[in-house]
Ligand binder design. Structure first.
Ligand code: G3P
Length: 220
């Protein structure tokens, strides 16, 4: 399973990249705004900065909501770097645009997906990635992981190559459960990625080993 980081924060992206387990980055307009990035030139410069840090795919979201706007923005974004994946919302014009980008060989990430029917439509249109938001479903007492399972089943039934990019991940257990189900990718905050590594028994076990080593070294 690939690990993407869901942020526009360059320090977090660098830290995850340095860890050696990062496969890509996803951003969205809210995450860009959180970093104070606004204005077309600054947004483009920020995507270039992200692409310079990571080796893998970088999702850059369009703002337009009609077909022509999505196409124009997507073509501009795709020109920036081979790593750019055009992130398109799950709306009618978005599906049409994904079909167009797919024919042109431009990678896409269909975002704001909350149902199996939406995921099926994204795969039919040829999306490279589909982003079901599991945390936001959990937030409204709906089974987010259950949706990932449904999409996995449907894609496997027909051999769709669209990759399931489990998004809106909140913690390490979401990532572990996505791996059990067979999600292709998770995108999460840095905190979820680093939490995977931590276990209190590892910490106490290591402290004991080092203490025993020191005691033994002090013996005659
Ligand atoms: O980038 C899309 C998605 O991961 C957003 O997550 O935490 O805002 O629900 P969240």
């Amino acid at each position: 399973m690939k690990f993407f980081i869901d942020t526009a924060n360059l320090d977090d992206i660098k830290e995850a990249q340095d860890l050696g387990v990062l496969d890509g980055v996803t951003t969205n307009p809210s995450l860009m705004a959180k970093e104070g990035i606004s204005g077309q030139q600054n947004i483009i410069a920020h995507y270039n900065a992200i692409c310079a840090i990571v080796d893998g795919d970088v999702s850059a979201e369009v703002i337009g909501t009609n077909y022509q706007e999505i196409i124009n923005e997507g073509l501009e974004l795709a020109k920036l770097d081979d790593k750019i994946v055009v992130k398109v919302p799950m709306i009618k014009d978005g599906i049409k645009a994904i079909k167009y980008f797919s024919k042109e060989g431009i990678k896409t990430n269909c975002t704001l997906v909350f149902s199996a029917g939406q995921a099926l439509s994204a795969a039919k249109a040829g999306a490279t990635y589909v982003s079901p938001f599991l945390g936001r479903l959990d937030d409204i007492s709906t089974d987010g992981l259950g949706l990932i399972e449904e999409i996995r089943l449907i894609y496997d039934n027909y051999g769709y190559t669209t990759q399931i990019l489990a998004a809106s991940i909140r913690h390490a257990m979401h990532m572990v459960n996505c791996a059990k189900i067979g999600a292709d990718v998770t995108t999460s905050p840095l905190s979820a990625i680093t939490a995977l590594i931590k276990h209190p028994l590892t910490d106490s076990g290591l402290a004991q080993f080092l203490s025993d080593h020191t005691k033994a070294a002090g013996r005659p």
